[in-house]
Design a protein around this ligand. Structure first.
Ligand SMILES: NC(=O)c1ccc[n+]([C@@H]2O[C@H](COP(=O)([O-])OP(=O)(O)OC[C@H]3O[C@@H](n4cnc5c(N)ncnc54)[C@H](OP(=O)(O)O)[C@@H]3O)[C@@H](O)[C@H]2O)c1
Length: 247
């Protein structure tokens, strides 16, 4: 008997990394899971196969979330197929790092569109569904670097700081509809995204983490599961999962 038996969930960016771990943990707790991704068909299918092995069912929900029509249609399709949508995890994200003097308009817009605006597109599409059922759990994945200055990440930091602010307003507006909205903010986590950071910089970063190591995606997923399964009286909050790197 899982803590999320009977619940349905949509995880954006679930083909790899943190989103993959969240999707699998949700399924382990009994939820039916929709896996959104942009282009990694084979990897998304692997996640779907793993979820089926766990005895749960899932939907592949390919969509480019930077496109508002595609994002909203994807959320609606998932809600229609599941007949309800209980949990939305806005996890999809990208980096296009550059120092400010070299940061292009394109890299700025792409990151804000994918990380922050897509969070709005998916949330706004889920609100009518969740309001009608008087129940919803929305969990937005921000970042430690939405709270601290991060060299070369002006676009990324702005998008992640925006998610934290967006979450609080969603929480106050949606509480009366039985919808909670919270943020999980990972520190450095071993995924494809973090693998792009040069080795010497990774070593410098690790030296500053009190727990002395990077996070595993499953450790971020645990905080999401806690909010989804046990967070009934938690809204507008942020859980930092960063090994103590920012307190
Ligand atoms: N890793 C870290 O150290 C770290 C730290 C703090 C916060 N975070 C945040 O955690 C989240 C997950 O990061 P990660 O490290 O797991 O990233 P990742 O391994 O690079 O995976 C990114 C995921 O997002 C999907 N995605 C990207 N652009 C998309 C789009 N336009 N439409 C739909 N899906 C899209 C990708 O789909 P495809 O596979 O199809 O490309 C993939 O599933 C992100 O929001 C990231 O900012 C990560």
């Amino acid at each position: 008997m899982g803590r999320l038996d009977g619940k349905t969930a949509l995880v954006t960016g679930a083909s790899r990394g943190i989103g993959r771990a969240i999707a699998i943990e949700l399924a382990r707790e009994g939820a039916k899971v929709a896996i959104n991704y942009q282009s990694s068909d084979a990897k998304a299918q692997e996640v779907a196969d793993e979820i089926k092995r766990l005895g749960s069912s899932c939907i592949l929900a390919k969509a480019d979330l930077s496109n508002p029509q595609e994002a909203r249609a994807m959320v609606q399709r998932v809600a229609d197929e599941f007949t309800h949508l209980d949990i939305l995890v806005n996890n999809a994200g990208i980096t296009r790092d550059a120092m400010l003097r070299k940061l292009t308009d394109e890299a700025w817009v792409e990151v804000i569109q994918t990380n922050l605006n897509a969070c709005f597109f998916c949330t706004s599409a889920a609100i009518p569904v969740m309001t009608a059922q008087s129940y919803g759990r929305i969990i937005n994945i921000s970042s430690m670097n939405g709270q601290v200055g991060a060299i070369g990440q002006a676009n990324y930091s702005a998008s992640k700081g925006g998610i934290i602010a967006f979450t609080r307003t969603c929480a106050v507006e949606l509480a009366k509809s039985g919808i909670t909205v919270n943020t999980v903010s990972p520190g450095y986590t071993e995924t494809d995204m973090f693998a792009r950071v040069p080795n010497d910089i990774q070593t410098q970063i690790k030296a500053k983490i009190p727990l002395g190591r990077f996070a595993q995606p499953e450790e971020i997923a645990k905080a999401v599961i806690f909010l989804a399964a046990d967070g009934d009286y938690i809204t507008g909050q942020q859980i930092n999962v960063n090994g103590g790197a920012y307190m």
